[in-house]
Design a binder for this molecule. Sequence first.
Ligand code: GLO
Ligand code: MG
Length: 362
Amino acid sequence: MSCVTDRSMPFWCVGNPLSDPFGGAVMDKISSVEVAKILAWAKGEKLIECTSFHDDDLVPWDPEHLEDDLDSKSSVSKTLHEIKKILDQAGIRVHVATCSLHGNKLFRNGGLCNPDPEIRALAARKVERTLRIGHFFGAKYFVYWVARDGFEVPVCTDWTQVYKNLADGLNHATDYIEKEHLTNYIGASIEPKPNEPRGQMFLPTAGHAAAFIACCLKRPDFWGVNPELLQHESMCLLNASMTAAFLCATGKLKFLHFGSQIKAQFDNDFPPLIGPEGLKETVFLFKTLQDLHWKGVVEFDCHMLRAEGEPGEGIARRKQFVRNCVEALQMAETLAERIKAPKLGSGAAAADLESIRQMCNL
Ligand code: GLO
Ligand code: MG
């Protein structure tokens, strides 16, 4: 039995024109409306049920007009309505609204944890606008990804303020949800990451995030964690099955971000099962989730390989990318189902070999 209730493909993964720190975009940039049309196609093909977005994926942000979404005559409001019409007609639900606090250079030294109170206030207003946009689309979750809330040089970091500022920023988000009656949100989630874009991030692992929620936030039951497996775990040599099991045991596993990764490298964000490593970890992850009877949303958070982009063929390549992700997820689940319960205590090496034999039908 599949543990995946819904498959989500975010705007930022489909829209990506494939640039990296060493070279520019290889594919055509497409508008958020065009991304919505690709998602609508994917829903029609029965590949996905939902999507997610950063505010900036849909519409530009102007710090001089912090409430442009509320002005029905603004181009922001018009674009949001246009996108909603496409998603609604296709029957795509919105899973997550997340606030981009990493792209704009104003947030280069952090968003909610920025040492400058004026930038923190601006970040809070951007979060409010994102929450309103998410409400408009009926998003189920608000997500905080640590992004630029981190450091390179510990002695330049005001450790007396970091976690207080972070708690204030996240509590402000839930206060705003309550005050404005944004009842579409059934929860909020923290996405931990060890590093990149900062040298170190303030919530590097699922354990840090879960402890922070329990000890520092006003509404711990509303908050959970969405780990990114394999990428963020494998970057710091943690094991995806253990993270999933830990979050299930603590009742904090909200949903998964899913992709593939070479261990201890920069954030590869390879599509699932793609790349030289990770097949076994991915299959074992789904076996663990099946054994734990977890059921939930799997959201692809990965990107086409830059080498696979083809100038002039952006739409077709993007559609193929969505299909590949979904097929890889099905393969991982099918392989996980093939593994019969290993005899616990039978010797780790023997159990491991047996699972490979079953997976590969040997
Ligand atoms: C980057 C993260 C990022 C988040 C996204 C949602 O490494 O995975 O893509 O998932 O901003 O909050
Ligand atoms: Mg992610």
